[in-house]
Design a binder for this molecule. Sequence first.
Ligand code: GLN
Length: 227
Amino acid sequence: MPSVPPVPEPEPGYRTRKEDEPAGAAPAAPVVGVLALQGDVGEHLGALAGAGARPVRVRRPDELDAVDGLVIPGGESTTMWKLALIFDLMDPLRKRISAGLPVFGSCAGMIMLADRLLDGMAGQETLRGIDMTVRRNAFGRQVDSFESDIPLAGIASPPDPPFRAVFIRAPWVEETGGQVEIIGREPATGRIVAVRQGPLLATSFHPELTGDTRVHRLFVDMVRNRT
Ligand code: GLN
């Protein structure tokens, strides 16, 4: 076992409702974890604080127990999978996902939430949760990284401006089951790049890198509606 990193202090920049605050005031900030094994954890912590959540890092099962929702960041899904095994997080994560924990996965996080994976590393496992087939590095075979304006149902559709999305060796969704709502497609390719299934949300791109908090705000609302 690797040595366990220290428990981080809560991130600044959030507010919680005080006990004596009147009803009807801004609702209490839900505690949203970011799986902090590997990847762009800090960017998600910042975006979640900007979206009204109380963000915390999650590396251990007891830290997972304490969150109302979880973000799985962009990074490298093969590394995240191996570290989740080493840190004994695969089973606890799967159990909480099956019990209805709201989870948002961006890029590598989308891969982690896929029920079925194409072009994974030999033996690569996912956490599962969304009834979809995801092809890893699918856009990356064409061009390593690019940006594109994506209309997203409900949060970035006309008359609102589209979402400026950053793709980095990104997966796409090849097939979805009947329960899966398709939220966005990349216009040039028509590929599915944003989906939702109940409390689970996934994007091929990285909304944490752009300063546009609309996707994080949608997710924080999903967490609030579950708590
Ligand atoms: N290609 C990466 C993977 O397989 C995902 C890339 C990313 O998260 N930017 O996990």
